[in-house]
Design a protein around this ligand. Structure first.
Ligand SMILES: N=C(N)NCCCC(=O)O
Ligand SMILES: [Zn+2]
Ligand SMILES: [Zn+2]
Length: 320
């Protein structure tokens, strides 16, 4: 882009609580024409196995993101000046037909990615990671996956349904859209259906860094290990906000005790800033169970760090 990116509304002139919410008060995509990073919402939660409400997650994250500021000291970058980041609004998905919804998300992602954007998707339940990965793989080939979640999400079916929030990554492995040399779950914990869940997961190629591992080894060491595994492969990061302890993210549908702190999550992400991040999602924010925006604030900062990584890389590529 020859012109300077258009950044967020200036919160020193227009109070940050005024006006309709876009992510980080950024311009809408239709105001700037095209974007290097498109922030897109997917208000869909028909794939959940327990508490519903993640369909409201994207807008809750946008509301909570009003307080984000333009300079990110943790990555020494001004993400919205380095690249054009814009809010692409929501993908209008059918809440009554999961298969159709999955197709709609894939088609919408194809269009945004086809216009040269990287995607920062705000969920929505975790079902939507599958069509997003399909779309990213069409562009980049099989991608490395870093999956932050309390859950494996490699289960097979629920009530006979193959597209649910507990099954996206098994489907993705079956479809050959993931690089099975570089698949990791981070933050896993809690009861499973049986030991077989772990055996199946390992056969698919996943490595696991549990929530307890993060606590014992610390964020820097975990990030180092993940970076080595990923190398320079195109990377997709999928963040289920229930990776955080319910104290840090009460507003979610399937909470599990013993999770990571938001500080640990943010520090691990920052430690991945040199990775080739091609797109990312933050999912499973269900504001009806939230208090004082605890969960949506954590999610907005998570998306901010991910966006910063993408913007820095876009700027570095343009400078070459
Ligand atoms: N992806 C999330 N958040 N949860 C999956 C839980 C699936 C289950 O109920 O066993
Ligand atoms: Zn989960
Ligand atoms: Zn999940």
């Amino acid at each position: 882009m020859s012109t300077q990116p258009r950044g967020p509304v200036d919160s020193s002139r227009i109070p940050r609580y005024a006006g309709p919410a876009t992510f980080a008060r950024l311009p809408r995509l239709d105001e700037v024409g095209s974007a290097d990073v498109a922030v897109v919402g997917v208000p869909f939660d028909s794939g959940v196995s327990y508490r519903p409400g993640a369909r409201f997650g994207g807008n809750a994250i946008r509301e909570a993101s009003r307080l984000l500021r333009p300079y990110n000291p943790a990555q020494d970058a001004s993400p919205f000046a380095l690249a054009q980041v814009a809010d692409a609004g929501d993908i209008a998905v059918n809440p009554f037909n999961i298969n159709e919804a999955v197709e709609t998300v894939e088609a919408a992602a194809d269009e945004l990615l086809g216009n040269g954007s990287r995607l920062m998707t705000l969920g929505g339940d975790h079902t939507i990671a599958l069509p997003l990965l399909r779309s990213v793989a069409k562009k980049h080939g099989p991608v490395a996956l870093l999956h932050f979640d309390a859950h494996l999400d490699t289960w097979d079916t629920y009530f006979g349904a193959e597209y649910t929030h507990g099954t996206p990554f098994r489907r993705a492995v079956e479809e050959g859209i993931l690089d099975t040399e570089a698949l990791s779950h981070v933050g896993t914990r809690g009861p499973l259906y049986g030991k077989q869940d772990l055996d199946d997961d390992a056969k698919m190629g996943f490595g696991i860094v549990t929530s307890a591992d993060v606590y014992r080894r610390g964020a820097d060491e975990v990030a180092d290990q993940l970076r080595q595994r990923i190398g320079d492969r195109p990377l997709y990061i999928s963040i289920d906000i229930d990776v955080l302890d319910p104290a840090h993210a009460p507003g979610t549908g399937t909470p599990e005790a013993g999770g990571m702190t938001s500080r640990e999550l943010l520090e691990i992400i920052r430690g991945l800033s040199s990775c080739n991040l091609v797109s990312a999602d933050v999912v499973e924010v269900a504001p009806a169970y939230d208090h004082a925006e605890i969960t949506s604030v954590a999610a907005s900062h998570t998306a901010y760090e991910l966006t910063t990584i993408m913007s820095r890389q876009i700027a570095a590529a343009k400078a070459k």
